[in-house]
Ligand binder design. Sequence first.
Ligand code: SF4
Ligand SMILES: [Zn+2]
Length: 284
Amino acid sequence: MKTVDQYEFNQYIMNNVRDVIQDYQLIKPQDRIALGLSGGKDSVLTLHLLVELMEELDFELIAVSIDEGVSGYRNEGIDAARANADKLGIELVEGSFKNEFGFTLDQVSNLYQSACIPCGVFRRQLLNKISKELGADKLATGHNLDDEIQSFLMSFAKADFRRFSKFGPKLDKIHPDLIPRIKPLWKIPEKDVGTWAVMNKVDVHFAECPYSHTSLRAKVKNYLNQVEGKRKGTKLSILESFSQTFKFEKKEIVIGQCKLCSAPSSLNICKACEMVEDIKNRIK
Ligand code: SF4
Ligand SMILES: [Zn+2]
């Protein structure tokens, strides 16, 4: 049996990402791209690929790391983010839940069914805020194929149709203050990201967040891995199915501004401000 060597494997990854960037026009010349860099394998791979493409596609890149405040976990991720950004000569801007919202995720983790609920809301808000302050045209994330179909199935299971417009490798600009997201790894399976990191001996943070098992995502992930183990190609088929679906589901969403923090929001008070208020009342 022929084994794939490192060069061939890296070529496959780069060609896959280059195709997604071109087919979906993720990046325009002169774009200023902020990249959410957690230090995990997905965002670190995205960093390495984008750095390789910067000159050819003529764009600028800045990395952004968010410290959610998960003791014994996030610090190591931030160290890996710093090491990779430093090695590749990319500026890294850091933000934290503690500085922005006044508490760490550890302090509020037991207030919700899963710590991932507040974590997702606050991280999205802070990444957007910092990207906007940096003058970014787009915010790149390390979401891979597995992440995307997990999110799709979770929204599907919760009948959360509004979220269907958030799928796909590139989100449209729907508000001047909402930085559109791009997902260069959209068609790369998670296991290939892991293989890349190991094969190339890249300094990435492999540990799992201690809260990850509490999420619906973890259950959906296990289920999908089991099905994929029995029927290879299922994940790609799901991606194909929802790609066809979201083409028809893309609806206009009216976005205004949060009355408290001015962040873009479809509600009078954004989800982050609503949660901060809720948390303050509950930890009084
Ligand atoms: S697993 Fe959940 S709590 Fe941990 S970093 Fe991810 S979203 Fe946040
Ligand atoms: Zn707000």
